[in-house]
Write a protein that binds this ligand. Structure first.
Ligand code: 8ID
Ligand code: ZN
Ligand code: ZN
Length: 350
């Protein structure tokens, strides 16, 4: 099998953080010996891509940058050292494009925590283009025949929330609160939680988002725009507080609230990354309730394969809407205004 690879393609590029995002013709990248070249057909838009464009985290992006790290497509070329992909295979672009594979963290399978991590759509041009390169060791395999638009959100949102739920280490039948439940990560978190035997309580804002959370399997919905006392309402609905909390909102306040409503011996998992924020937890309560607060950062290769397996078996699906790649600026605007239900997925051919 061989593919004809054009010299140029369309992609969305910005030259400076917060600067114009231009949909234009750019060169097709050439894979290094250890990389594959993926013809990206669809890419999800994660809130992380918005942070990358704004440049609001204490980690610089490459510039100019092609963002995107939820890409799904077909392998059309490979470097001379690649042994685990054949041309024509389905593959994904995920956040962790590559890592050193030799440090103490990589050795434990905690590759996302590698200090030399290369990040798609951040330090490595990502999936907001028709052709993108990925380190073959880290690139996820996607089963042939999988719908590439529907699977794209699993590659970051799905993997991340699945790993966060594993990090929470809860037992079937226990309550888990998902804060930011109607967004890209949250809408998948509700379903993974349900599939793992947990009882999801969803927190987000507005009636439409509440309806979506209930449809996806949330037992209870708490509307942060309406509730006069979120901590009280969450504790009441779960008869003493949820055993775990997955924080996927982009709100410092919501994160600190989760340390208040979590149950005694409960686990608070931090996933959402509001800029310049702190998780405030009152020390006396945290000690006396013996609450654990843990960070969780995407997932490793095994987590990725497991998260994809839940999708392949039909246990989770992202509520998504497809628009053209050229519409990325509009999607960012909607995301910043909190107007997105689930995920927007970009069709890179338009
Ligand atoms: O590995 C990681 N830790 C990781 C991986 C991927 C994404 C972290 N993230 C981060 C992103 O960078 C971002 O900061 O997770 C956060 C959420 O990403 P997303 O799900 O892609 O964002 P979204 O689709 O915009 O959803 C956010 C939801 O939070 C709700 C919004 O209404 C929206 O539905 N929300 C907000 I903003 N404030 C809230 C509040 N106070 C709230 N929900 C409840 N209470
Ligand atoms: Zn992401
Ligand atoms: Zn490493």
């Amino acid at each position: 099998m061989s593919f004809e690879i054009p010299k140029t393609q369309h992609g969305c590029v910005f030259d400076k953080n917060n600067g114009p995002i231009v949909y234009k013709e750019i060169p097709v990248p050439v894979p290094k010996p250890s990389e594959i070249l993926i013809h990206v057909l669809f890419s999800g838009v994660c809130h992380t891509d918005l942070h990358a464009w704004k440049g609001d985290w204490p980690l610089a992006t490459k510039l100019p940058l092609v963002g995107g790290h939820e890409g799904a497509g077909v392998v059309v070329a490979k470097g001379s050292e690649v042994k685990n992909f054949e041309l024509g295979d389905y593959a994904g672009i995920k956040w962790l494009n590559g890592s050193c594979m030799g440090c103490e963290f990589c050795m434990q399978g905690a590759e996302p925590n590698c200090a030399k991590a290369d990040l798609s759509g951040y330090t490595h041009d990502g999936s907001f283009q028709e052709y993108a390169t990925a380190d073959a060791v880290q690139a996820p395999h996607i089963k042939k025949g999988t719908p590439l638009d529907a699977v794209a959100p699993v590659l970051c949102a799905g993997v991340t929330v699945y790993k966060a739920l594993k990090t929470a280490d809860l037992k079937a039948g226990q309550w888990v609160a998902i804060s930011g439940a109607a967004g890209g990560l949250g809408s998948l978190a509700i379903q993974y939680a349900k599939a793992m035997g947990l009882r999801p309580l969803a927190i987000d804002g507005g009636e439409e988002k509440g309806k979506l959370c209930k449809e996806l399997g949330a037992e209870v919905y708490v509307d942060f725009l309406k509730s006069k006392d979120i901590v009280k309402d969450v504790i009441a609905a779960t008869d003493g507080g949820p055993h775990g909390v997955i924080n996927v909102s982009v709100s410092e306040k919501a994160i600190s609230q989760s340390t208040e409503y979590v149950r005694t011996l409960g686990k608070v998992v931090l996933v959402g990354l509001p800029a310049h924020s702190y998780c405030k937890s009152e020390v006396f309560s945290q000690v006396v309730k013996s609450v654990e607060i843990k960070g969780s950062y995407v997932g490793n290769r095994e987590d990725t394969a497991e998260a994809l397996d839940f999708f392949e078996r039909g246990l989770v699906k992202s509520p998504f809407k497809v628009v053209g790649l050229s519409e990325l600026p509009r999607v960012f605007k909607l995301m910043a205004e909190g107007k997105i239900l689930g995920r927007y997925v970009l069709d890179t051919s338009k």
